[in-house]
Design a protein around this ligand. Structure first.
Ligand SMILES: NC(=O)c1ccc[n+]([C@@H]2O[C@H](COP(=O)([O-])OP(=O)(O)OC[C@H]3O[C@@H](n4cnc5c(N)ncnc54)[C@H](O)[C@@H]3O)[C@@H](O)[C@H]2O)c1
Ligand SMILES: O=P(O)(O)OC[C@H](O)CO
Length: 382
């Protein structure tokens, strides 16, 4: 468990003034300085959680810097300026105050330069580019955590995002995943989450401390790959669940899809990384995230619309119309998983994952999601 901490009584006098950067601030004071790389829907909520804690905990700088992929709003103003003026991400999390100690910064290099704790939370498809920009800009003793649900597929095979961060930047990277629909956490409804760590339990406890609030309960398990694969693969199952909703198949069918999906999640995770633990699937990052995402997530919602339209409107179109700039992860993850499965000759072993991709690219109709098992019975893997 995280060690007990003394609460700060007022704003930390060493706090960096808004819009300025104190050179090497973390190192000078011995306090950890946190930067959040990402400012979408979950990125903004993560900022709110973290900023409420850095104000309270002595071992952290008050200021939390949040890198913003800059955009111009219909008003003509820059998003970063509006966030710093109103303390609200009006584009991705309207109506929620982030905390006055959150400073939006459109300059990636500047945003990370004094940080000794980096929180990565962007849609996964942008991470390769972001890491490339950060190569050589981050000290090797910086600690990172990824809240990103997704993977990259490289020539050598699948590369989890935490691994991409570790390899590209040469830093240690934990993960935080869970049943975490951001809009619910934003209004402080009770949720749980799981930190996955590799070896250093002390670092994991520091992350737990940084994220935990009375309404956000975090625990740590020593299984980075298991936690990250749960968060990543559940998005493919969420697409399947949404298709079933769009086809109005009812609760029993949806429960069947969730069960088969969980079985494929576990089987693929263990085939890819033999270290993955069964117990991880019973943490918030496992079955709980699968349930919440299949009931109330964005992947589910857009897949439902896709099926209702008989697959005639593309996921890209529906995403742009329905999510207003927020990003789906399930469709691209299904493609990435399909690449891994076909490369390794495992397609027949994972009919649900394979079928989701074939539906998403229009090779099969949405109704195939409930027919695949007749043609390709799943082998008993687990
Ligand atoms: N939203 C949730 O409920 C939730 C919960 C848990 C985990 N996650 C995961 O967190 C990650 C981030 O999700 P999110 O909800 O914060 O993002 P989002 O879906 O709100 O995506 C929008 C973000 O992408 C940024 N963006 C757009 N184009 C970009 C580009 N070219 N380069 C860099 N950034 C660009 C936008 O500026 C914006 O910050 C995802 O992996 C997601 O699966 C999301
Ligand atoms: O809205 P989704 O489908 O991206 O899912 C959000 C979170 O991952 C749920 O934990």
């Amino acid at each position: 468990m995280a060690p007990p901490f003394e609460e700060k009584t007022s704003l930390d006098p060493s706090q960096t003034p808004p819009h300025q950067t104190l050179s090497n601030a973390g190192a000078v004071s011995g306090k950890s300085k946190v930067t959040i790389v990402g400012s979408g829907n979950w990125g903004s909520v993560a900022s709110k959680l973290i900023a409420s804690n850095t104000l309270k905990l002595h071992s952290f700088h008050d200021e939390v810097r949040m890198w913003v992929f800059e955009e111009t709003l219909p008003s003509g103003e820059k998003l970063t300026d509006v966030i710093n003026r109103t303390n609200e991400n009006v584009r991705y999390l309207p109506g929620i105050k982030l905390g006055k100690n959150v400073i939006a910064d459109p300059d990636l290099e500047n945003a990370v330069k004094d940080a000794n704790m980096l929180v990565f939370v962007t849609p996964h498809q942008f991470m390769d580019g972001i890491c490339n920009k950060l190569v050589g800009k981050v000290n090797k003793d910086v600690e990172a955590i990824s809240l990103i649900k997704g993977m990259e597929v490289k020539k050598e095979g699948p590369c989890m995002i935490s691994n991409l961060i570790s390899e590209q930047l040469g830093i240690n990277c934990c993960v935080l995943m869970g049943a975490n629909i951001a809009n619910e956490i934003a209004v402080e409804k009770l949720s749980e989450a799981t930190v996955g760590y590799r070896e250093n339990k002390e670092i994991a406890e520091k992350w737990v401390q940084l994220f935990t609030t009375p309404y956000f309960i975090v625990s740590a398990v020593q299984d980075v790959e298991g936690v990250e694969l749960c968060g990543t693969l559940k998005n493919v199952v969420a697409i399947a669940a949404g298709l079933v909703d769009g086809l109005e198949m009812g609760n029993n069918t949806k429960a069947a899809i969730m069960r088969i999906g969980l079985r494929e999640m576990k089987a693929l995770s263990k085939l890819l990384f033999s270290s993955v633990k069964d117990s991880t699937f019973f943490e918030s990052c496992g079955v709980a995230d699968l349930i919440t995402t299949c009931l109330g997530g964005r992947n589910r919602k857009v897949a439902e619309a896709f099926a209702k339209n008989g697959g005639k409107r593309s996921f890209d179109d529906l995403e742009a119309e329905m999510l207003q700039g927020q990003k789906l992860q399930g469709v691209s993850t299904a493609k990435e998983v399909y690449e891994v499965l076909s490369h390794r000759g495992w397609l027949e072993l994972f009919p649900l994952f394979a079928t989701v991709h074939e539906i998403a690219i229009g090779h099969l109709p949405p109704s195939a999601i409930v027919k695949y098992s007749e043609h390709k019975p799943m082998l008993s893997l687990v």
